[in-house]
Design a protein around this ligand. Structure first.
Ligand SMILES: Cc1cc2nc3c(=O)[nH]c(=O)nc-3n(C[C@H](O)[C@H](O)[C@H](O)COP(=O)(O)OP(=O)(O)OC[C@H]3O[C@@H](n4cnc5c(N)ncnc54)[C@H](O)[C@@H]3O)c2cc1C
Length: 509
């Protein structure tokens, strides 16, 4: 038995840098001009792409892919989310709704409202028309088979656990194949590590990694898995190799959590599952984005994502993207560390930058258990963190050879999008370059995404799909993010209304 201490991320790196103010209220030809060294190419690109209005008000462009009935639904959903009482009590309302209407009828209501607006469908067949309508306007879908789990204290039997995680692995592989078949090669799908291992074990693994001073000294995991998989059962050698590493570094690891042989077996099975998913990516020429989750999992998730990159992002192929949550105080340090590792071991660093989706839960837990809040103090600090992390990645893009560093600006925040666009211009990065791309969630900020795509920027939409019951946490998070207090939810609602009115007046129904 091994004992290790559970630690939450404690490094406090608070970004002091101020976000750069950008011109926001102008139709900006200059700020979106594509710079190329070759004058002719420059002219071609100019004529190829329309200008970008960085006020992002073009509802005529934003909703072309939506039918009028879908626009009406979108408007109503944003109206519902503007009622704080509903958003604050959504779990209770969902519980009561199911009791009164019965599960079936309740699910039908959800399907006609928020699920219909924010989710592509339940199956690959259902999402195929949605994918095609996005592609028609230059927006690439990132398929997201939505399964995730949290540490609720409830536990399944080991067999049930294994079956569920194997099932989720097959679903992710099916998702990779769907992406290949419907969208073509070089597309992306998203995965969540919590769908592949029990949350309790992932939490312990996280605590272990938090207490390891230098994680890069750990044995390269996927080299081990790929070499040893050829042999029969490698669980025992895996357990031994991790244990012997820990024994060597024992004095550097504090002790109070226990990793049993069963836990190590689960971690081994997780590596096997991740490896199967990565191999499916290689076969289908599709990349995966490893989503970021709560801090009590995130060190482990980030570690696994970078280990996958170390093994799979070689030879100019980018199969794995990680995720950095800029609401965390420690994110700049992680980005710097991981960029340096990628350079040192000569693999492609690929990441999406997000602000972070679990703010309320993180703050509540920090308060409840009395540890330092891992999140930035306020929104401004989070935005600053986003921008300095982006700058750090840009430095590395300039330093390393072409295509070795890639970043996705995954945000609905217009200031952040403008910041990235401006920086692309400052750094002579073409707008259709694949090293910098933009992404938003299906059903949100279409006025940004479709405008970017229309002007030639590489633009993606996360397109979640899956059974309604497993998408509930996702829909709850969307409701929280779109409640009345947020300006962009009002803008979404307002522009849905304008587009709808426009269609009725011009009878384009
Ligand atoms: C394509 C895509 C993929 C995503 N993948 C992930 C993922 O893998 N993991 C994940 O966690 N999230 C993910 N998200 C969600 C993301 O983290 C945000 O929750 C969401 O996008 C809202 O942030 P924003 O930048 O779009 O917009 P904004 O509305 O400008 O920002 C809202 C965000 O700012 C931060 N914030 C707000 N108030 C404060 C405060 N007082 N103090 C500190 N921070 C504050 C919070 O992170 C909040 O969610 C993803 C989002 C997109 C678009």
């Amino acid at each position: 038995m091994l004992t290790i201490k559970r630690l939450y991320p404690s490094t406090s790196i608070i970004c002091s840098c101020q976000a750069k103010q950008l011109l926001t209220k102008q139709i900006s030809f200059q700020s979106t001009t594509v710079l190329t060294t070759d004058k002719k190419e420059k002219q071609d690109i100019h004529s190829k792409f329309p200008l970008l209005d960085t006020r992002f008000n073009q509802y005529q462009i934003a909703y072309r892919y939506r039918r009028s009935i879908e626009l009406l639904r979108g408007y109503l959903v944003y109206r519902l989310f503007s009622i704080n009482f509903l958003v604050n009590n959504q779990s209770k309302i969902a519980e009561w709704g199911q009791r009164i209407l019965g599960t079936r009828l309740f699910q039908d209501v959800i399907k006609l409202t928020s699920f219909g607006h924010f989710v592509g469908g339940e199956t690959p067949q259902e999402i195929t028309p949605v994918i095609k309508s996005l592609l028609q306007y230059g927006v690439k879908p990132i398929l997201d088979y939505s399964v995730e789990s949290d540490d609720t204290g409830k536990s399944l039997s080991p067999d049930e656990n294994d079956r569920m995680h194997d099932h989720n692995t097959s679903k992710f592989i099916e998702c990779i194949k769907t992406s290949h078949d419907v969208c073509g090669v070089n597309n992306l799908v998203a995965i969540k590590v919590t769908a592949l291992i029990s949350p309790g074990v992932l939490k312990k693994f996280n605590a272990l990694l938090n207490s390891v001073e230098n994680r890069s000294l750990l044995p390269p995991l996927f080299e081990f898995i790929n070499q040893e998989q050829k042999n029969e059962n490698m669980v025992k050698p895996f357990q031994q190799s991790i244990k012997s590493y820990l024994a060597e570094t024992k004095n550097k690891i504090s002790t109070s959590i226990t990793l049993t042989n069963d836990d190590l077996t689960e971690i081994y099975n997780l590596l096997i599952r991740l490896n199967r998913i990565a191999q499916a990516c290689v076969e289908q020429k599709i990349s995966i984005m490893v989503d970021a989750e709560q801090t009590y999992f995130q060190t482990a998730i980030n570690y696994l994502a970078t280990e996958l990159q170390r093994y799979y992002n070689k030879n100019n192929e980018t199969f794995i993207y990680g995720t950095y949550q800029c609401y965390l105080k420690e994110t700049l340090a992680s980005v710097k560390h991981d960029l340096a590792q990628a350079e040192k071991y000569n693999y492609i660093f690929a990441a999406k930058l997000v602000r972070g989706a679990y703010m309320e839960q993180e703050r509540r837990l920090a308060q409840q258990y009395g540890y330092e809040d891992p999140l930035n103090e306020n929104f401004k600090a989070t935005s600053n963190m986003y921008h300095v992390c982006f700058d750090e990645v840009l430095k590395s893009i300039a330093k390393r050879s072409s295509g070795q560093v890639r970043v996705m600006v995954a945000s609905h925040n217009e200031d952040t999008i403008r910041y990235a666009i401006q920086k692309m211009q400052d750094n002579n990065i073409n707008r259709d370059s694949s090293v910098i791309s933009f992404a938003s969630l299906y059903g949100m900020s279409d006025y940004v995404a479709f405008a970017l795509a229309n002007s030639g920027y590489k633009t993606y939409k996360y397109l979640p799909y899956g059974p309604i019951e497993s998408l509930q946490p996702y829909l709850f998070r969307r409701a929280q993010e779109n409640r009345a207090v947020f300006e962009k939810a009002n803008k979404d609602r307002h522009l849905h209304f304008k587009a709808l009115k426009d269609r009725f007046l011009h009878l384009k129904i």
